[in-house]
Design a protein around this ligand. Structure first.
Ligand code: ADP
Length: 486
């Protein structure tokens, strides 16, 4: 059944969710959430103060020991009920994400499926937390290794995947037995509020999940991170903010998980299946309007196939439709004016360095923050878009001659999140898996994300992994006990 926007927005809670209650911010401040496709306000919600942030931590701390002592099966079943409810409410979450973030509705549905998988996966992992038991080599005692929840955790999420980035953190934390304070991005807080309501319907105990929405991210977050009751910080966002948070987390030697920026190479060899490479490129570059840390940022194409790839991809990109995410388009708006200004600068810099625009190349007049899907070829080696995250629908092509040169270009970045390689040569694919310095690789595919796999980067793309068997261990501490024999 189709839901209309008004009814949906009326169902979204607008308060802070602290200790099982929805409440206004201290002092009553509110913040306005807008639709990037129209610039119009969608809702006003509570704008938390630093005191509110600490109240949320109070609630998470008060609930911590009871939640840690709750049977793993019961923790898993809560997540499983949340998964089932999300399936029932999929259309609502998809529409809400499309409204507040701008993504095409079809992609928003895809995110509901992807985000939901973390609830299902970790509902299953909750009952598999285990340890080990053995003799010490001297034969004088027994070694017991067990896993315990880390404790109250602070989860900071970005705007580009409002649901999946929340479930990817909340689900493993709850499965492990940790209580949480969640701070969604100020640009897209509504999805997390609606999700908190879903968790309540699924039977969430008081204080296990608390949500603070705020326009003062730094001011609200810093006192939470500095509080000795907090034991864990998990962040997804930009590398500069990640560095700041790591510095703050050092004070109390917090456990941290950081999913930071990417600058993914997309390497196409001369023996690649070009049809697959073009399909993969469309997904890796244009999914989520190009606004993903896993987005292919640099197309490194063998010189013998570069012209053909450029021609084929240009044909596909020119056919992309642009508009409001709810209108059946391929490409929605960018998140804000700053993003449009940044893309405009990156394209101007590339052109000044001698690159050629094959299609697109400019912002589209408002209302709304739209940028035309773009293909640029002949990037100079010092082009800014080879170094910086593009975070938009702009595809830049550079070429290479030898395999060694392709690898060197792929690794010429401080980031190391994901790499994409297209080749039909299995031995070469294996060489690339070893040679490209990233936490994840896609071989002949433009999309790698999966709840059952460990997502994360090396170098300045972050520390820690989300999803897979590894995901829950980010919220567990290993405890070793020695029991002497006799
Ligand atoms: P982006 O560039 O994708 O907007 P950011 O790293 O700026 O990514 O934001 C990701 C998340 O981090 C958002 O929830 C934002 O509110 C939050 N954030 C930004 N700056 C800080 C900060 N200094 N302290 C805590 N959270 C922050």
């Amino acid at each position: 059944m189709a839901i209309d926007e008004r009814t949906l927005l009326a169902s979204v809670p607008t308060g802070l969710f602290i200790g099982g209650e929805w409440r206004p911010a201290t002092g009553g401040a509110t913040l306005s959430v807008t639709d990037p496709a129209t610039g119009k306000e969608l809702l006003t919600i509570a704008d938390a103060t630093p005191e509110d942030g600490l109240l949320a931590l109070d609630a998470a701390d008060a609930a911590a020991s009871a939640w840690a002592a709750t049977a793993p099966r019961a923790r898993g079943e809560l997540l499983r009920r949340a998964f089932d409810l999300l399936q029932e409410r999929a259309d609502e979450f998809a529409l809400l994400m499309s409204l507040e973030m701008g993504k095409p509705l079809a992609e928003a549905r895809g995110e509901v499926a992807y985000g939901g998988e973390f609830l299902r996966w970790f509902s299953e992992e909750a009952v598999r937390i285990s340890g080990s038991f053995g003799s010490n080599p001297e034969g004088t005692g027994t070694i017991i290794v067990s896993q315990r929840p880390v404790g109250p955790s602070f989860l900071i999420t970005p705007w580009n995947f409002p649901l999946a980035m929340a479930t990817r953190k909340i689900a493993p934390a709850l499965a492990a037995g940790c209580t949480v304070v969640v701070k969604p991005a100020e640009l897209t807080p509504l999805t997390t509020l609606l999700f908190a309501k879903l968790l309540v319907d699924a039977g969430l105990p008081v204080g296990v999940v608390n949500v603070v929405t705020t326009s003062s991210a730094r001011e609200v977050s810093a006192p939470i991170i500095a509080d000795p009751r907090l034991r864990k910080l998990s962040f997804t966002g930009s590398t500069p903010v990640g560095r700041t948070l790591l510095t703050q987390a050092a004070k109390n030697v917090l456990r941290t998980s950081m999913e930071l920026g990417g600058n993914a190479p997309f390497v196409i060899f001369d023996d690649a299946d070009l049809d697959k490479a073009v399909d993969g490129a469309m997904l890796a570059k244009f999914r989520n309007i190009g606004q993903a840390c896993t987005a292919a940022n640099r197309f490194i194409v063998h010189e013998s196939v570069a012209d053909e790839f450029a021609a084929r991809i240009t044909e596909r990109v020119s056919a992309l439709t642009v508009g409001r995410g709810t209108d059946g388009v391929d490409i929605g708006p960018l998140i804000d004016d700053r993003a449009v200004a940044n893309l405009t600068e990156l394209v101007a810099d590339a052109v000044a360095g001698g690159a050629r625009i094959l299609t697109g190349g400019a912002a589209i007049d408002g209302p709304g923050t739209f940028f035309a899907p773009t293909v640029i070829t002949g990037l100079a080696s010092d082009a800014r878009m080879l170094r910086e995250e593009i975070f938009g629908p702009v595809l830049g092509i550079t070429t290479f001659a030898t395999e060694a040169e392709g690898v060197a270009l792929a690794n010429a970045t401080e980031y190391g999140l994901v790499g994409y390689v297209f080749t039909k040569d299995l031995a070469r694919a294996h060489r690339m898996i070893d040679a490209i310095d990233t936490g994840m690789m896609g071989v002949n595919t433009g999309i790698v994300s999966n709840a059952a796999a460990p997502f994360g980067g090396v170098k300045q793309s972050g520390v820690g992994r989300e999803g897979g068997a590894e995901g829950i261990s980010e919220y567990l501490e290993t405890k070793y006990t020695l029991i002497p024999a006799g």
